[in-house]
Design a protein around this ligand. Structure first.
Ligand code: ATP
Length: 292
């Protein structure tokens, strides 16, 4: 947790802030930087839609005042690949996100994008390569239109509508009392879990970043909503380098590669079929439908 404007913010709230726009993230990043000795570089990573390779190389990491979590972690993600992380609570899946986003930095080892160490880049230009979709997407007390526009403040109404269509959100938005002008949030219309997720996916489609970090929801959706969310995610992941913390069988089955983690170590990697064959921990997860 970090101090933000006198209150405690969790990492997921910070991620929420980051998704809202550069202003808020800059402020919060400065707070984070001052707390965890993040040394940002000055190189500006140009905006591109080419998905990069991501490498975690020989990573040694512990959280402040905690025991070592990663002692020698290596993970290569190819350009455009979708890697699903699977493993029990505490395995270190979210920590990989925290390190890539530079909420924390490894004590040893290097994280690179296209072979370039991420600590060379300004925090903002690094963050601008990355879209994040979290388990509990933040919905703001404003219209549907403005909620999606958080993905890209320069987007036109038409861009927003296109993104909503690509995210399979248009169909339910069209049924709302004032369609795109319907107010959401506590005083407005309350969306279902699956609808909130599709709003978040529309935001990420609009943001159009080459790297995608997905923290898949554990809460069950109804079958129809589930299928829609899955289709929207498939569309979002296409052409991006994606790391997904996976809880659903459908997600791991579609991933190019699955990485099984336990207690800060990668215990095996492979496709779903390979792991079912060779990995006991994975087989147990798959039998439990992965919803752990
Ligand atoms: P989950 O599925 O429960 O989110 P995970 O695989 O994502 O688990 P992490 O959240 O990366 O695991 O946590 C790995 C370890 O690091 C855990 O022991 C956790 O308690 C610890 N940890 C996570 N965040 C922090 C933090 N900010 N400060 C200290 N320790 C932390």
């Amino acid at each position: 947790a970090v101090m933000a404007g006198g209150s405690i913010a969790t990492i997921s709230e910070v991620i929420g802030e980051v998704q809202r726009g550069v202003g808020a993230s800059e402020r919060l990043l400065q707070l984070l930087a001052s707390r965890s000795d993040i040394s940002a570089g000055s190189q500006v990573l140009p905006v591109t839609n080419q998905p990069p390779t991501i490498d975690f190389a020989d990573i040694l990491f512990h959280y402040p005042d905690s025991a070592p979590l990663f002692t020698n972690l290596n993970l290569h993600v190819a350009a455009g690949e979708t890697v699903a992380l699977v493993g029990p609570s505490g395995a270190g899946k979210s920590t990989l996100f925290h390190l890539l986003l530079r909420f924390y930095q490894p004590q040893q080892g290097q994280i690179t994008l296209n072979g370039e160490p991420i600590d060379r880049f300004t925090l903002n230009s690094l963050r601008q390569q990355i879209a994040i979709v979290t388990q509990e997407p933040v919905v703001f007390a404003t219209t549907v239109m403005e909620n999606i526009r958080y993905g890209n403040s320069h987007a036109s109404d038409d861009d927003i509508c296109q993104a909503a269509k690509a995210a399979f959100a248009h169909e339910f938005i069209d049924q709302l009392p004032q369609r795109y002008h319907t107010e959401l949030g506590e005083r407005g219309v309350r969306l279902s879990g699956g609808q909130r997720q599709r709003i978040a996916i529309a935001r990420a489609i609009l943001a159009d970043r080459p790297v995608l970090l997905l923290d898949e929801a554990t809460s069950a959706l109804d079958a129809n909503s589930e299928r829609r969310v899955q289709q929207a995610l498939n569309r979002l992941m296409h052409g991006r380098t994606t790391i997904v913390i996976a809880h659903r069988l459908a997600t791991v089955q579609h991933a190019d590669r699955i990485v099984v983690m336990d207690k800060g170590k990668i215990t095996s990697t492979g496709t779903h079929d390979e792991l079912i064959e060779n990995d006991m921990l994975y087989r147990e997860y798959a039998e439990l439908q992965l919803l752990s």
